[in-house]
Design a protein around this ligand. Structure first.
Ligand code: CA
Length: 610
């Protein structure tokens, strides 16, 4: 009798323990490969930079829909700390918390119910020393979450793993040194237990690369250089040996460029990591002594194996780039029916003004058409996928001054686009008609450790008339727009003014909505199918905005984003003037509001900053 009671008690206790263990497991569910493969499927959480493995930023949530979205109001806000740059990060939502990173790479976790800080980790960047090595703004686009860790890139070249529950550092890896002219601004991605990260800095003399680190230990797994090194030494891999045939002169002495600072995606079914690479360094092909050569792998899209970093395929949107048309813009992976055939595609709205659709298994070119005003090329050869460059665009070879579109800020830059499978449309924050004057710096002298773009704004007398533009003509006076693009027909479906290539971004939902954060601080929402404006909230932040996310908490759908520049640091003494086409909303003047994380919910009654 006594023994039976003991057995019953034992069974009861083990059952209780098991139930507690399950509950704890649900509360703090670890994010593993399966969770990442399913990321975004329910829309409850926001676990990766682009929400889904295809980086679609499409949420199946529809509590907020076309009939209710006008009731959206502030739930709470959280001061993220010092500014001095744009808050470009995509926050993550997991385990009832919002996780984010500031422009100076300070990582924070906030209770998503209350807005109260859970923890905060400051990498203590030596800002004075690092600032002169930051080519293009003190920014950070986000973090990753994996196996109980927050993986955070630090602008000074470190990669940090923090305990997601406590913020305690678990490991630190040195990806690159700012002394070598590198910084890190992109969000890391996770593939098969590895953290994939790239470096910024192609305006400086650098040899671009991206690398993989063991997510548990921080140990370097492999590194892929995007530019071949000194050919008198062994090449790191066969792909670089081939790539060296597309260069001449002594390119390796100036690095060559090709940095990896934004777009990246991992398709677990294809087992491929997709990576975009930046401009050649210096900018003009002429100064890279490579006239008429492709200069692989500048301005390219690469597909590599996560286990080894081996190159599977590449496609180069801009062979021999001379215009800073980095091809690093965010990718969207989708399955589309094109000409009656199911295609697994990779899509990119490139800085160069063309919307590219590729077969992501093979790299085969499918199509590309201009989504903004373009004068550097007549179009893309739809057979070969190579651009038909206007001869006048070679300002460096021609020793002429010419104004070309798009500008190096791009027709589309880092501002995240999104893809709604119901409408079949991609929502592209677009600079519609940006342009810049190019002129070769003929007396170019290499400056070690400094910016070496090698171009002037004027230099050869009056600018040569620009070639005829192709691409959609924006309405008079419209420079920035949200463009709804059909990637199958390669045609615009609708557009609304506001936004632009840099700053803010989009998320689209099953509630037939597109939310857009505009660089001037507005949160707006449109119907996804027709582009009718249903919401317009001035957040009071007025600049330095990041993209929106959406998630569910306690049965309510939220929209959240970062924004605000705070105190703007004085510009660098040798910094170039802002390029034409720069988004004015990203350069606030007068008193600024401290940078914040804002969350919105239906009938939210919080008070926005004035
Ligand atoms: Ca660049």
């Amino acid at each position: 009798m006594r023994a039976r009671k003991l057995i019953v008690l034992f069974l009861f206790l083990t059952g209780l323990l098991f139930a507690t263990w399950i509950a704890a497991g649900q509360q703090t569910r670890r994010i593993d490969d399966l969770a990442l493969r399913n990321a975004g499927k329910t829309g409850e959480e926001w676990l990766t930079y682009g929400l889904t493995p295809g980086e679609t930023r499409y949420s199946p949530l529809k509590q907020i829909d076309t009939s209710s979205v006008s009731r959206l109001g502030l739930a709470w806000s959280y001061d993220v700390g010092q500014g001095g740059g744009n808050q470009e990060a995509t926050p993550l939502f997991w385990n009832g918390g919002l996780y984010g990173i500031t422009n100076w790479s300070v990582v924070f976790a906030v209770d998503a119910r209350t807005g109260k800080e859970r923890w905060r980790w400051d990498p203590e960047v030596n800002q004075t020393a690092v600032r002169p090595k930051i080519c293009c703004g003190v920014v950070n686009r986000g973090i990753a979450i994996y196996q109980g860790k927050i993986i955070a890139p630090v602008i000074d070249g470190r990669l940090e793993a923090l305990d997601a529950e406590t913020g305690k550092p678990l490991w630190e890896a040195r990806v690159a040194y700012p002394q070598d002219n590198f910084t890190i601004t992109m969000a890391p991605r996770i593939a098969k237990g590895k953290v994939i990260i790239g470096v910024s800095g192609s305006e400086f003399p650098v040899r671009g690369f991206f690398a993989a680190y063991d997510a548990n230990t921080g140990q370097l797994a492999w590194r892929f250089y995007t530019i071949p090194g000194d050919p008198s030494k062994p090449f790191e891999n066969p792909a670089l040996k081939k790539a060296a045939e597309t260069w001449s002169g002594q390119w390796w002495k100036l690095g060559g460029g090709g940095t990896v600072w934004d777009g990246m995606a991992y398709d677990p079914d294809a087992d491929l990591i997709y990576v975009g690479t930046g401009n050649g360094g210096p900018w003009p092909e002429e100064l890279r002594q490579s006239k008429g050569k492709d200069n692989l792998f500048v301005c390219s899209i690469l597909a590599v194996r996560p286990d080894t970093g081996e190159l599977k395929w590449y496609y180069q949107p801009v062979p021999g780039d001379s215009w800073d048309y980095d091809s690093v813009q965010g990718f969207i992976l989708a399955d589309l029916t094109i000409n009656g055939r199911q295609r697994k595609v990779l899509m990119q709205a490139n800085k160069d003004g063309f919307y590219y659709v590729l077969d992501r298994l093979t790299g085969a070119f499918i199509s590309a058409q201009p989504f903004a005003q373009v004068t550097w090329a007549k179009g893309i050869d739809q057979e070969t996928g190579r651009p038909i460059v206007n001869p006048e665009a070679h300002y460096d070879q021609n020793k002429e001054t010419i104004t070309l579109a798009p500008s190096p800020n791009g027709a589309h830059n880092w501002s995240p686009m999104s893809f709604n499978p119901s409408t079949g449309l991609v929502y592209i924050p677009t600079t519609t008609d940006g342009s810049r004057t190019f002129s070769l710096e003929t007396d170019f002298v290499y400056k070690p450790g400094e910016r070496n773009t090698g171009i002037l704004r004027t230099g050869f007398g009056p600018a040569r008339p620009a070639p005829a533009a192709i691409g959609p003509v924006p309405p008079e006076g419209q420079h920035f727009a949200l463009v709804a693009w059909d990637p199958v027909t390669q045609k615009e479906r609708w557009r609304t003014p506001g936004g632009g290539a840099v700053g803010g971004g989009t998320v689209t939902t099953a509630g037939n909505l597109v939310f857009q954060v505009i660089p001037d601080g507005h949160l707006v929402a449109y119907t996804a199918d027709k582009g009718e404006k249903l919401l317009d909230i001035q957040t009071g932040l007025r600049g330095g905005m990041g993209p929106p996310i959406t998630y569910m908490l306690d049965g309510k759908q939220y929209v959240a984003f970062l924004g605000g520049q705070g105190i703007v640091l004085p510009p660098l003494p040798n910094a170039p003037p802002p390029a034409p086409g720069a988004v004015p909303g990203n350069a606030p003047t007068g008193p600024t509001v401290p940078p914040k994380l804002l969350t919105f919910v239906l009938d939210g009654k919080g008070v926005l900053p004035k």
